[in-house]
Ligand binder design. Structure first.
Ligand SMILES: Cc1cc2nc3c(=O)[nH]c(=O)nc-3n(C[C@H](O)[C@H](O)[C@H](O)COP(=O)(O)O)c2cc1C
Length: 159
């Protein structure tokens, strides 16, 4: 065991990790999607997920305004979607138009549920905490959706 700088130790131990997309809505009612590596389950009863969003992201602005998100676990066939949503900003483009993803309206807050994903969790923001240059938004899962036949996407699929 050797002492190392944080970034080296973290990079060496972070895989395999799943990719997620958070779907949010801006103040003009336009939907946006952001690719995320930093998310986790934080409660069993009620079920909750936390997502960590950089302060500079357009999605951060959206979440401050509209207190719901849909946490989507994309399938292997959605690699192009995750790449677009992880490199372009909703400030500049409409990612739903650009990716042409198929979706239907969820039950909770009328946020899109992605039809070809492995899973979708419709969440209501319960609390948030500042974590350095990111904010952790904690959402309670209200409705869950599953495609049993799809395979979950991993961060390494994007590398
Ligand atoms: C593989 C991957 C993982 C990412 N994980 C996160 C993350 O956990 N949190 C975050 O704030 N940004 C993350 N990003 C960066 C955002 O997805 C990216 O900056 C995005 O363009 C922001 O979109 P927005 O401005 O529309 O919100 C990740 C990007 C990639 C490619």
């Amino acid at each position: 065991m050797k002492r190392e700088i944080f970034s080296k130790v973290h990079s060496a131990t972070k895989h395999p990790a799943r990719i997620a997309l958070a779907i949010v809505k801006d103040k003009d009612d336009k939907y946006n999607m952001i690719t995320l590596e930093w998310f986790m389950k934080t409660s069993i009863k009620p079920p909750m997920f936390a997502i960590s969003i950089g302060h500079t992201r357009y999605s951060h602005e959206c979440l401050q305004n509209f207190r719901f998100f849909n946490l989507c676990l994309p399938s292997k066939e959605m690699i192009a979607v995750s790449k677009i949503c992880g490199s372009l900003s909703g400030r500049d483009i409409d990612k739903f138009e650009k990716t042409n993803v198929e979706w239907f309206t969820g039950r909770l807050a009328k946020l899109p549920v992605l039809k070809n994903a492995k899973a979708n969790f419709e969440c209501k923001v319960i609390t948030q905490v500042r974590s350095g240059d990111h904010t952790i938004f904690v959402g309670e899962v209200k409705y869950s959706w599953l495609n049993e036949d799809k395979e979950v996407q991993l961060v390494k699929d994007l590398l």
